[in-house]
Every structure is written in structure tokens, then in C-alpha cells.
Design a protein around this ligand. Structure first.
Ligand code: ADP
Ligand code: MG
Length: 237
């Protein structure tokens, strides 16, 4: 059973952590109906292999640490592992990478996550809480679209489902979402549902200062979307 969102936040605050751990952030958005791939937290290599056997291959391994925000930058993500042997080896490799790149980082364990199917377009949904205007939710396409072109849309909370749809339509990269050359049209309803869930999370959890789902893997019409990485930052108390 999923822990209640409030319990997840309380635990982090008690431990004086501003950042939710990867599995906590995934559980929180899951409680609001955001689809995520199967996952579990492993404390050692054997546990990682057991979780992988349970959720099915291929899997992705990710470092879980309160001190690390960009996991790939420190060798903290390994994708496409297809056997218990690979998972055990991957576990040790991630721990070694992280110890080398971020000496002294606290390590909670390694997230074992089911690898999402191919054929996705990566999108991002984020939110910030402004002290004056309150929360706003952001949408954009992953990678260069946001980082280089700043091609994003925003809505201040509260907004309607129709507003969420407009957010998606008004980014320049909407051309890709609508279907372009060999890219089939995306499942826009699934993206609208995720934007609305993020709005609910920000409205109902005042302790959250910012969050982003980066990436959300967006599949073709009728095939949904999956949030594979969720970052949630709490207000400093
Ligand atoms: N479960 C997954 N299935 C498929 N690809 C994934 C999965 N998890 C992560 N990835 C890919 O790996 C990249 C890095 O992983 P992510 O969890 O976003 O770590 P970080 O952003 O902290 O480096 C993602 O942007 C995505 O392209
Ligand atoms: Mg990410």
C-alpha cells in the first residue's frame, strides 16, 4: 500500500531534508494518479536483483541520495539491465561512481525501476510556489527545447482542464506532440491528467516549494505517459 502523501512529507521534514528521496517523490505523485513504472528501493546488490526479478526486465538503476540532484551527471543512472547478474554488477558500479564523483554523499540505496517502453517523446511538467502569486505549473518538451529554446508554458493555479490543454498547445514544440513526420501524435489526454495532478499536489501540499517530473515519457495516442523521474523540494522550515 502507498504511504499517504502527508506522511512522506512529514518524514522528510522530521529528518530535516528539503529534498524527497526518489522513491518518496514517485510514491507521492503516484498517490495523485500519475502513472510511473514499477520500482523498489534496494539497500544492497542482492536486494536489487530480487526487486528486478519481481518487477521484470529490463530495469534501470538510480542512486538515491539526499545530496544528489542530477543523478546522471555523477554516474548515478544505469539503463537497460536485463539479468540478475547485470543488476548486481550495476548496483556496485553506481555506488562506486557516486563515491568517486561526490565524496561524502549520503547514500540511501539504489532505486530499481522498470525500463519504460521505447517510442516516447520526453516532456517535462514542473511547478514552483511564488510567495506572492502562489503556485504555477509549467509544461515543455525535454532536453534542448527547454534548456536552449526556453520553450515552455505556464499557468498560475487554479486553472481548468482546458487551460492545461492550452498549455500543451502553446509551446512551439507542440508540432511534435501533434505528430510530425515519423513521430505519431501523442496521447495529449494523458499529459493533461498529469498537469492536473501536479496542480492538485501543489494546492494540497503547501510544504512543497517546487517539483518537476523530468522526464515524462509521452507515448502515442491511447498509450498514455509515464513519469520516470520526479524531484520534489520542500520549503525550508
Ligand atoms: N525507467 C526508465 N525507462 C526509460 N528511460 C529512463 C528511465 N529512467 C530514466 N530514463 C532515462 O534516463 C535519463 C536520466 O534519468 P533520470 O531519472 O531523469 O535522472 P537525472 O535527471 O537525475 O539524471 C532520463 O532523462 C531518461 O531519458
Ligand atoms: Mg531527470
Amino acid at each position: 500500500m502507498l504511504p499517504h502523501p502527508h506522511e512522506i512529507i512529514e518524514k522528510a521534514l522530521q529528518e530535516n531534508r528539503a529534498k524527497l528521496l526518489e522513491h518518496e517523490a514517485l510514491a507521492l505523485v503516484e498517490a495523485y494518479g500519475v502513472p510511473v513504472p514499477g520500482y523498489g528501493l534496494a539497500r544492497n546488490a542482492e536486494e536489487a536483483a530480487e526487486i528486478a526479478e519481481k518487477i521484470g526486465y529490463p530495469v534501470v538503476l538510480k542512486i538515491v541520495s539526499p545530496d544528489i540532484v542530477h543523478k546522471s551527471d555523477v554516474g548515478g543512472v544505469i539503463v537497460g539491465l536485463s539479468s540478475p547478474e547485470e543488476v548486481r554488477k550495476g548496483f556496485e558500479e553506481i555506488i562506486n561512481n557516486v563515491k568517486k564523483h561526490v565524496p561524502g554523499a549520503r547514500i540511501e540505496g539504489v532505486l530499481v525501476q522498470k525500463m519504460a517502453p521505447k517510442g516516447a517523446v520526453e516532456v517535462v511538467v514542473g511547478a514552483i510556489r511564488d510567495p506572492v502569486f502562489g503556485p504555477a505549473v509549467m509544461f515543455g518538451l525535454g532536453g534542448i527545447f527547454i534548456e536552449v529554446f526556453k520553450d515552455v508554458s505556464f499557468r498560475v493555479v487554479p486553472f481548468s482542464e482546458q487551460d492545461a490543454e492550452e498549455m500543451i498547445r502553446e509551446v512551439k514544440a507542440y508540432k511534435i506532440i501533434r505528430g510530425y513526420r515519423n513521430i505519431a501524435p501523442r496521447d495529449i489526454d494523458a499529459l493533461i491528467r498529469i498537469i492536473m495532478s501536479v496542480q492538485s499536489i501543489m494546492r494540497e501540499n503547501k510544504e512543497i516549494n517546487e517539483m518537476d517530473l523530468n522526464p515524462i515519457l509521452s507515448y502515442e495516442k491511447g498509450k498514455g505517459a509515464l513519469a520516470v523521474d520526479v524531484r520534489i523540494i520542500l520549503k525550508k522550515q
